[in-house]
Ligand binder design. Structure first.
Ligand SMILES: [Zn+2]
Length: 91
């Protein structure tokens, strides 16, 4: 309800601050290759970012999201559902 009130007033920066920056903000790596969109990871042995699907051809970008969303992706993955994240340029 608090979130809905803030949205109604057009306070997008307040929402971002309250629900992401001051809450459970999380930087997540995502592969932006066409048709991929899987969560990527940093390989400490190779000292590089890797996509489990694309391998070395990956085009990986960091995104800001909430840790709750990352948990949702992990739980869906454990059920055998691969959710994909489509990235687009900011305007
Ligand atoms: Zn990929």
């Amino acid at each position: 309800m608090e979130r809905d009130c803030l949205i109604a007033h057009g306070a997008s920066m307040v929402i971002k601050d309250r629900l992401l920056d001051e809450s459970d903000g999380w930087e997540m790596l995502v592969c932006s290759n066409k048709g991929c969109g899987h969560a990527a990871y940093y390989d400490f042995n190779r000292k590089s970012m890797c996509c489990p699907v694309c391998g070395d051809r990956a085009d990986i970008h960091p995104i800001q999201t909430s840790y709750a969303f990352k948990l949702l992706l992990d739980e869906m993955k454990s059920l055998g559902v691969a959710m994909r994240i489509e990235l687009e340029d900011r305007r």
